[in-house]
Every structure is written in C-alpha cells, then in structure tokens.
Design a protein around this ligand. Sequence first.
Ligand code: FBP
Length: 254
Amino acid sequence: MAPFLRDGRSMLLAYDQGLEHGPSSDFNDRNIDPAFVMDLAVKGGFNGVVFQKGIAEKFYDGKVPLIVKVNGKSGLVKGDPVSRQVCSVDYAVSLGAKGIGYTIYLGSEREAEMFAEFGKIQEEAHQRNLPAIAWVYPRGAGVTNDTSKEIVAYAARTALELGADAAKIKYTGDSESFSWAVKAAAGIKVFMSGGPKTKTDEEFLKQVKGAVDAGATGLAVGRNVWQHQDPLAMANYLKKVIFEKKPIEAVISA
Ligand code: FBP
C-alpha cells in the first residue's frame, strides 16, 4: 500500500459512482466532468484516486497514484448483487495503476463468483507487486443490517482471509464498534467508505475521526467531497483530521 500512504495514513478519492449509481443520481454540472475530479484529486492532496478503466484511459493525468476498479455493476439490476470483472490486471497496469480495486458483495447469493474472481485478481496483482484492495459490502437477501458491528467486522475479516492488502468497509456508526472491524482485519489496511453526502460537515468529519481513532488507515471518499459546495475545503478538513489528528471543533472553526 506504500504509494497510497502518508505517515501510514491515507485519503483516497473515489469516482466510480457514474457506473455504480448513474449520473442522475450523484452528479451535477460540475462533478459530472471527470477532469474536474482528477484536478480535485491533485489540488486536494489526495493519496490516490479510484477510477474505472474508461475514466482512467481518458482522464488520468499521472499526478496522483491510481487505483483501477477492475469490476463494476450498474445500479439498475435488482436481486442479490454480483459485480464481475471488466478490466484485466495487466490492462490496469498499462493505464498506470499502482493498486487494484475490486468490490465483493458479502452475503449475496452470488458471492462465490466474486470470491473466485477476486482470488485470481489478488494473485495477479501480487505477482506484479501491486496491492489488492477489496471493497467489501455486505448486501443481499441474507443481510439485514449492513453497518452492524458484526457484519462490518465480517467484511473486514473477509478481506483479510481472501488476501486483500486493504479493506474498504462501511462505518458502523461509532468508533468503539468500528475498532472491532479493525481488529478483525488483523493488520491489513482499513479504509472507511464515505457514503452519501451528510447534511453537515461536522457529521461526516465525526465519522472519519471515529474511524481513524479506531485504527483505520483513513478513508476512500467520493460524494462527501465532490458533491460538497467547496470540495477543496472539505479535503483540507479531512487532511487535518486524518494526518494532523486535530479535533473537529478546531478543524471547522479554523
Ligand atoms: P462514496 O464516498 O461516494 O460513498 O464512495 C465510496 C464508494 O465505495 C464508491 O467507490 C462506490 O461507487 C460507492 O461507494 C458504492 O456505493 P453503494 O454503497 O451505493 O454501493
């Protein structure tokens, strides 16, 4: 994970929502432009940017380490989710990837397909000395609460067991319960997943602080930054919480 770390911590900018959710759901006139988000990753001091291959091919500028998400799905399909490979590890490397991202829907009736596919991708990534980062999202008919302490820890542990170098998981709602997920990850890096834009900056920063206090490496965030009216201000808040370990009151009032 070294290319993505600063003093052992990290802040990644995720921008695969155009596929996962669709442009009408998440984008406005400004952030629908991938060039805007690429620029934001650079100016905001992010330690990595996450793109699908189509965006990476056309908009990646090489100024921030790249993670290519090599699987994906749309938000249109109903039923237990499956996300299949859409980009090879070799092709991601040719685009400049320094890390490989893959989403697993833990608990889906189709999780076995994603486990098997990630298994191969993890081996290919490691053969090329690249970290494999698993987005592990509990989802499907068998999952009733995807942010409970137990299920988020299960997600973190799944990433460890399947050989991921980092687990990207949802926040549980408080630092104490999230620390159980960090323990379950047993030393692999843990990234909190940003989630939908919160009403206030304070609300989001509390989640981030709770995660890093629990031992998370940092976060991989999309909407709470590029939907923000001042994305660079939010990026600065995040840096203060993650790297400078400042209390939220000091960050927001500064
Ligand atoms: P956000 O910070 O916008 O939540 O992005 C993080 C992320 O993992 C994206 O990489 C991905 O597109 C999205 O969340 C998936 O969200 P969902 O929970 O709706 O599947």
